[in-house]
Design a protein around this ligand. Sequence first.
Ligand code: CUA
Length: 341
Amino acid sequence: MRHIINVIVLIVVVTVGLLFLVNKIDWMPVAASTAAGPIDWLFGLNLDVITVLYVLVNGIMLYSVFAFRRKRGDDSEGAYFHSNTKLEISWIVIPTVVVLAFAVVGGSVLKQVSAADKDELKVIVTGRQWSWTFEYPDLGITTTELNLPINKQAHFLLHSEDVIHSFWVPQFRLKQDLVPGQEEELRITPTLRGSYQLMCAELCGTSHAYMVAPVNVLSAADFEIWRQKRLGIYKEPAGGGAGEDPAALGAKVASSAGCAACHSIDGSKLVGPSWKGLYGRTETMADGSTVTADDAYLHESIVNPGAKLVQGYADLMPKNYGDALTEQEIKGIIEYIKTLK
Ligand code: CUA
């Protein structure tokens, strides 16, 4: 009886202390979608229950190791037990009930976060080694950065061109694999304006870590301005500021559009030729001919990368940059390459 009281006191004290600590820690990044509420709640519930079970199992075990260890000079045999029906029933019933309860609660949260709104923005997401493209079929826009209006559900249709990738913006909480040959879907309603990062959460090859894309949650008005700019129908308000420096724009696009995953800027050889010292260089093509890397060649290599392939490199570059980048962005990249001497 003394041992039972000791172990109960030990477990209660440690559980209360650990629950306090576990709930003090801020485990999650900022919450930026409607899914964050129910998912963070479920995560917290999981953590609490796991904490209690962890202390229960380890508390009894560690207490027993100390309390029932062999005392000095005591060589007697321990008492002999054969099974304990009550204990066995309880360790079958309790975990079963806990797991079933979590299945029910988890199912209801899943239903909640995947519910479709009537008014949704369709976005076709394509992943490939190692970049992302976003197509807005209702807007006629294709881009390499994901812009979303706040408080409007985005309905993502996800495709992979090669291997399994995984669509993940931690601030939105939801994650969905892209499986080749299959269309996956995911619904997200952003609730917090800001800039986030989409990352690939499935190890997909050497440049997996570079398979990222910027995500911007914009106000409805800013999203409309972006839409008009992309379509080239935006009218600058009178007295509008000067345009961005092309090379600076190019540097930004190079990291957001996935260029940096395959083209180094320090001369090291990746999947594609390095951009360092590229402008003006004479390159030998796969067929032995030579080409000077001037504006026209760089432009062609961005929009039609297979046309003139540098010797020693495979035809791996995505073929859709002509659609996904604006003319201004392509010019920006070329200006950026010129600065990499
Ligand atoms: Cu795609 Cu990792």
